[in-house]
Every structure is written in C-alpha cells, then in structure tokens.
Design a binder for this molecule. Structure first.
Ligand code: GDP
Length: 309
C-alpha cells in the first residue's frame, strides 16, 4: 500500500480523507490540514478545518452543516448570547468540549500537533491528522470592505464582501511531522478544497510548496469546481472576483507546475480539454461514504498505473 499524504481544508478535504481512510491501513494515510482559519474565540482556540477532518474520520461529523458534530445541542452558546456574549460563531455543547480540551492542552505547553494527536487518539482515529504548523498562521481577506480576519469574512459576513486578495502570513514554519510525512509520501493528493483559503495557506507554510514542487512522487489535485460551480462555499465566487474563469480547467491552471495529475468531474467531460498533464475524469461527488471510497480508489489505481508504465 502506498503512503498517501492529503492536503486538506474542511468540507472537501474531510470527505476525501474519509475516502482514503476507508482504504488505507494505519500508518499509510497522513492528512495535513489548513490552520489558516483558526482563531481565538471566547478564550478558546478554535481550529475549524482540523475539527471537520477529525469529526469526519471519527464518524461524528454533522453532514448537513459541513461543520460541527451530529446530535449537537446548543445550551451553552444560547446562554452565552443571553448573557450578552458573542453568539455569531456557533459552537455546540459537544464541540465546545473539543475546544476546551485543546485550549487546556495548549495552555499546558503541548503543541497543536500533540493536542491534535491526543484528540484523535481519544476518538479512535487510526490515521494521522497533522496541523500544517504549530504556529498561528492567520489568513486575512482583503475585501471591498477592507482587510477582514478570515472568520469575520467567512462566518460573520457570510463570505459576501468581494475578495480582492487573500493575504497569507510570512515565515510560518512546517512541523517536523509534516516534513517527515512529505518525505516518505508515495502519493500527494491536493483535496478538492478551496484553492485560495484552504490549500494556498498550507502551501504557504515553509517549505511545503517547494517540497511539493520538488517531490519525485506523483502529485494529484482534485477539482472543487464541478460544472462551473463550487459544491459548497465561496470557491467559485472568489474565482470570479479574482478575475479567473470559474471552471475545473482554471483550477488545474492555478495549480500548474505543482501537480502531475488533475482529477475533474464527469460533468465537465465535454468542456475540460487539456494536454498539459494526465487527467482523470470521474465522478467526484462525495456525498456518501461509498462515493468517497470510490473516488479515493479511482485516484489510487489511476496513479499506480501511471507510475508503473
Ligand atoms: P472549508 O474549509 O470547510 O471551506 O472546506 P474545503 O476548502 O476543504 O472545502 C470546500 C470546497 O470543497 C468547496 O470549494 C467545494 O466545492 C468542495 N467540495 C465539497 N464537497 C465536494 C465534493 O463532494 N466533491 C468535490 N469535487 N468537491 C467538493
């Protein structure tokens, strides 16, 4: 079995992580997760993408929202709002236990990597989930309403302010665990996550982009754009606002020399034309566990055939 390293944001990243997790044994799947969306709220350290991936692999994710836990209740946050505290960022009672534990571990000197490892162990996750960095790496959105912290733009303003540019911090370092995973990867997969606010923040962490470009192994990206639309979230809107065509082909062009293989949806079969690089056209909708597994299988068999030629 190859060792697969997946670069992932929240929703799209977690779904493909779940696909690979159904196929690969422990030790063969590492998910490097965006922490550019992380922020401090109510005194707690919130890591939305790490939690979406963790809850998904633990079978606890809420499939309707794409964030938070299933079977959630809201008593604490409703009371916070009643007391005049901030209620705009929804944190369920069970979800709060994650943020409390993580914040406690960080306050006691654990790294974010170690805190994530503990949470995964306690939730019986056998695969490795790594934050891209142990240091804060906040993404800012330069919008037509000025420079906004990511969660202000994404949640409070519901990603409505038009995006001029995504601003990523300089000099954020990858963790030793991230470097080791990339070094021993047989296959690197860029999940169908938002290229600008989920994948770019990971690639921006030194030296991840350079490592991915230089890797002798195959690097595959999966399109988050299907039929000219994002399955969920602001990816398509952002592409239009930043002057890019809204298509799977534009995502492939955006990743350009980072990738060896591009995976796009069967819906785009007629319109997607490329001889730039090998491309796999397949069903990339990942609503059910079986669809996720099938896509992961298709990626593995396509790339294995390619490298055996
Ligand atoms: P976020 O951090 O929660 O926004 O999550 P991601 O960046 O990982 O995922 C958002 C992206 O995932 C969006 O651009 C969606 O179009 C894409 N996405 C979500 N579900 C699917 C799916 O089932 N298939 C594909 N191909 N893309 C998906």
């Amino acid at each position: 079995m190859p060792h697969v390293v997946l670069l992932a944001g929240g929703v799209g990243g977690a779904k493909l992580a779940h696909g690979f997790a159904q196929l690969l044994p422990a030790g063969k799947l590492t998910i490097i997760v965006n922490t550019g969306d992380d922020f401090q709220h109510l005194g707690l350290q919130i890591c939305p993408d790490l939690d979406t991936v963790t809850y998904t692999l633990a079978g606890l994710a809420n499939p309707d929202t794409g964030w938070g836990r299933t079977g959630e209740s809201w008593r604490t946050l409703d009371e916070v709002a009643r007391l005049g505290g901030p209620g705009w960022f929804r944190l369920g009672d069970l979800d709060l236990a994650t943020h409390l534990t993580r914040t406690h571990l960080l306050a006691n000197g654990h790294t974010l990597t170690a805190a994530t490892q503990q949470l995964c162990q306690q939730l019986d996750i056998i695969h490795t989930i790594l934050p891209m960095s142990n240091s804060p790496a906040p993404t800012l959105i330069d919008s037509d309403e000025g420079l906004l912290p990511f969660q202000t733009w994404f949640v409070a303003r519901q990603w409505q302010p038009a995006v001029r540019r995504v601003c990523l911090p300089a000099e954020v370092q990858a963790t030793p665990q991230v470097l080791k995973a990339l070094e021993k990867a047989d296959l690197v997969v860029i999940a169908p996550s938002n290229p600008f606010v989920s994948i770019d923040p990971i690639l921006n962490v030194y030296p991840i982009r350079a490592m991915v470009v230089d890797l002798p192994q195959v690097v595959v990206a999966v399109s988050p754009i299907i039929g000219g639309q994002a399955v969920k979230g602001p990816a398509a809107k952002m592409m239009a606002e930043m002057g890019l065509p809204v298509s799977a082909a534009a995502v492939a062009d955006y990743y350009n020399d980072l990738i060896d293989v591009f995976v796009y949806d069967a819906q785009d079969r007629e319109t997607f034309q490329t001889d730039e690089r090998p491309a796999l056209c397949t069903d990339t909708w990942m609503t059910t566990p079986a669809q996720r597994r099938r896509l992961a299988e298709a990626i593995l068999s396509y790339t294995m055939e390619l490298t055996n030629q």
